[in-house]
Write a protein that binds this ligand. Sequence first.
Ligand code: ATP
Ligand code: MG
Length: 577
Amino acid sequence: MRLSQSFYKTLKEIPKDARIPSHQLMFRSGMIQQLSSGIYNYLPLALRSIRKIEKIIREELDSRGCEEVLMPAVQPASLWQESGRWDLYGDLLLRFKDRKGNDYCMGPTHEEVITDMVRRNLKSWKQLPWNLYQIQGKFRDEFRPRFGLMRGREFIMKDAYSFDVDVESAKKSYWKMHEAYTAIFSRCGVRFRAVDAATGEIGGDMSQEFQVLASSGEDLILSCDSCNYAANIEKAVTTSTGGTPDETAFKALETVDTPGQKTIEEVSSFLGAEASGFLKSLVYESDSKPVLVLIAGDRDVNESKLQAALGSGVLRMASNTLVEKTMGTSPGYVGPVGVSSEVFVVADLSVTRGINWISGANEKDKHIRNVNLRRDFNPDKVIDIAFAAAGDSCPKCSGGKLEEHRGIEVGQVFYLGNKYSKMMDCSFLDEEGESQPAEMGCYGIGVGRTMAAAIEQNHDENGIIWPVPIAPWEVVVLPLQLNDEAVVEAAETIYESFRMAGIDTMIDDRNERAGFKFKDADLIGYPVQVVLGGRSVAAGNAEVKFRESGEKSEMPLDDVVVVVRDWILERRQGGAE
Ligand code: ATP
Ligand code: MG
């Protein structure tokens, strides 16, 4: 391609809301344009990279027996009503009516449509397993679209769905996709980790996310410093309990006045005590019933763990009115002592690790000291409902400690079980002629987010440093003086030879100053720049610059194509750890 003819423009100024490097660089290098909040035009440079990522995905999935399909973006509400998600999915779902008044939505994901598609073809166990995928535009009406393609409202996703006869083969399909994802992201040239993940509204009981490690990542990951345990903070397990407490150290209950002191910070400074000595007592509403939740004052409740522990459909903090009605006091003074047996009480494991707690006294302006588990309160459940934190013991090995990293979720695999197949009657006749619901898995990759994450991990102050496998163009040829015939001829010959050698090559044939061309080349991030200046060409040479290392070498014009081609081919298969 000739840059002089290319539809692109690099920009100096960056939009105010572009706060992370990938968003700024994609905008400055003319890869994307914003059409509306979270909705983008993909310009040629971006689309070339996206197509390469898609090609890698297709190769890895096709080679594992997956088949590509294409489902519509617009989905009828009736399917979502069948799965029960029309009411549960919330505001992320963009809903609208057609001219006849029928309800539709823009697909944020395709479990419903694929389950319907499969149930129409599925009759016998002999047909399975099936693994179907598509690469398609999704729409999610995100609360805060941001960071460019990282969190858009319309975005490109690869979604795949597996259908199996039983749990054992469904788990095989799951691990095969896990392996495919590992291959895909290493071929894309990004550094990533697979981590245990929560399943959220999609359901199922086994899931992992593929996280690209980057300081701007929105996700927090905890990993063990001595074994391979790694989990999203949403899922990371806290294990250790305090064993049996020493009851002889229990002190007598003592009610203290704490006028106007409600938060743990206020009460702890008022009483001169550490936050870790408080029993945080929170009232939640789980499927319209109040639940008292207890946790050590220096820990936070992980609501997705709590929701799973309670098996609740809808979980939220109780309103002040419900707290008053249930506990007889306002939220700042709630505690576990003397709570009515009607109220379900859940305590986090951290509650077993201390004695002589301070808690609210269920009376305005009062707290109680020396509150103790079993003697003063008896939770209905003692279970892990806390967020794990850096420094916690590893739940998998003995002796390891958890460390914190930031990550960008580029993909996720879920074992779904038969949630959708049961709700939507997607079943087959087994060997005994009995009807069985299919065992399902679903698997997503954010294609645009993967490209953005690669830039987030591979850039410097001058611009993008593309990993070769997903670079829009692998090489740029830079003739510096267009009025020097020898330069132009050498550049055109080399450009043509690269093209013949199958290398994706751009020639910057614009009549611009050398400095201007270098700046753009660094910004766009071509892995290799072949520079043809008057003096070196006269000496029969070209200068080759490698974007990542910044290394430059002068070599004979005749050698350039072979040296650069070999360098590129060695890196096309990716392989960052
Ligand atoms: P997140 O937690 O970031 O909102 P998610 O877990 O809801 O994402 P999934 O349903 O697992 O997303 O979707 C599969 C993949 O699609 C994600 O791993 C991510 O790479 C991508 N993705 C999800 N939401 C967006 C978005 N708003 N913009 C771009 N990519 C997205
Ligand atoms: Mg996800």
